[in-house]
Design a protein around this ligand. Sequence first.
Ligand code: S3P
Length: 456
Amino acid sequence: MSVEQRITYTAQAGGCLTGQVRVPGDKSISHRSIMLGSLSEGTMKISGFLQGEDSLATLKAFRAMGVNITGPDKFGNVVIEGVGMHGLKAPAAPLDLGNSGTSMRLLTGLLAAQGFDLTLAGDESLSTRPMKRVTDPVIQMGANIEPNTNGTAPLTIKSDNNTQLNGIDYTLPMASAQVKSCVLLAGLYAQGETCVTEPAPTRDHTERMLQGFGYTLEVQNIDEQRRKICLQGGGKLIACDIDVPSDISSTAFFIVGASIAKGSDITLQHVGINPTRIGVINILKAMGADITLSNEQEVGGEPVADICVRYARLKGIHIPEDQVPLAIDEFPAIAIAAACADGQTILTGAEELRVKESDRIQAMVDGLQILGIDCQGTDDGMIINGGTMSSGTVDSLGDHRIAMSFAMAALAAQGTITIKDCANVNTSFPDFIALAQKTGLNVSSSSDSSDDKASS
Ligand code: S3P
């Protein structure tokens, strides 16, 4: 019988956010640095690696495939002895990727033709998320992958007859960096050219990092929205050190918290401001937020800056749809900003939110309604009428970003907000409570253990 920890957050009303802080490393870049570092020739060092459960799941997966990885130490330093493109070994057991959609989707491509069989498994939430979006193109390239009949994990990849992948010219059915990256990583092992066309710009860390490791890519802007990325299979990766900037997605909770709490004045240091990730800044600025960037510089192929945020009166807007993929993980936090804004905020074109770690449209609407906010979900978004949040108990549904968003909401609420099921904050932001307390949020975490008979 296993024992499951239930974590509840209690956030007291009021306060403001001040000081200078550095939030943990970028999750997307941390995952990719382990993947490409492991496949490279030579030894590489990662600094600022995110020590969250998701990126650690990727790290452990590569260790299980025979890669010698040292760390992370308490500063997030990791050293990887790359094994080259064909040096991975069959893992002894299914790779457990926990809650991490990025690990599962990217590894589906990267491990599609390694010459050994393996299974990719995840937790209950990850095992309900759609995987056909990655298995379809990789199967078209020649891979032998068996998902469950409903297209979900666990995924079994059969490669014992030395599967040979062929290049593909693939148009993504949705704007997804995970699917794009999956196909490009499979393309490294394919014969000929692999091209991916995306309907709108999505995070381009895979492309930047591949180039940083010496791999040639061709990137063509078809029009203002669509981009086509092509690479030739059969190349190699040369080890290259990575300095991981702070994650703008984790920073977003503090940007929203400071924007809604009178008296706030906070600086978030060394944050990744890749243009494909800064939708949250563009959207909040359009709502009237007081956000300024300084110390802008380029570190290891990624732009970074310090972000200063002061309280400002926000107004509701219709969020431009071209900003949606650029802020896809930040809508739980943006919904809190909208709940505090004057007037109505309308989000459209964001149906992907329904298949994240939770159905984020439903989770935010349910929670905000409990707190007395007039809002409703639509098929592809939300309509939120700004108001005053009361006290209440909300459910994060085990989704890290829902939990942290409602914790920040307390800064502008009239009473205590209690948030249930917060253990998964550890997937992306292990020090959230300490950092939030340090900057002025009156939040605490409590745990109780319950026997989980189902997993006995
Ligand atoms: C990610 C891409 C996004 C994002 C996820 C991380 C990545 O997912 O939501 O948290 O690292 O590539 P989609 O590609 O499904 O939009």
